[in-house]
Design a protein around this ligand. Sequence first.
Ligand code: SF4
Ligand code: SF4
Length: 188
Amino acid sequence: MATTREVFQGQKTLTDWDLDVWSERFEKGPLLGKVSKVSDENVMPFWHRKSLSRMTPKEWESLCDGCGRCCLIKLEDEDTGEIHLTNLACGLLDTKTCRCKDYENRHDKMPDCLAITTKTVKTLSWLPKSCGYRRISEGRDLAWWHPLVSGSYDTVEQAGISVRGWVKSEARVKELSYHRYIIDGFDD
Ligand code: SF4
Ligand code: SF4
């Protein structure tokens, strides 16, 4: 098997101010706790109003629920091409907070961290079905547990979507042993 860390990389609404708070927390704070609550129930949320390509960078980033699933190591069966998911996380993922330890420089430090863009989102078959980008690109809505809908990051963990707390960093495991960490059935 060869390692293929092919990772990248509701009706409630958020005002721009709410999104600013969200972004600040995403960049600086732990992916836990509450997101500012909805202020106007009559305004259609941006992910209903806009296509992915028309979203602002801030809106785009906020679609990520911080689950960390795309940061798990995947193994490819060289004979069949089948992709197996493991419960080993990229060495740059903080397994306690589920955040990338160096998001800004991740592509320099982890060259095989693939960016999710409006172009790649439809081709990255390993993106979990729960992923906010995949859901929107497939015409589905964000789930109840998504922070933009629930107002809290805690729901990502409550719904069993987050990898926080049950994955191990690849940095602590020899590559030859990766196959021992293969898991099945982790998707929604
Ligand atoms: S929402 Fe998607 S991009 Fe964000 S961490 Fe989860 S799988 Fe990765
Ligand atoms: S570099 Fe960061 S964003 Fe990329 S896979 Fe690793 S932890 Fe995830």
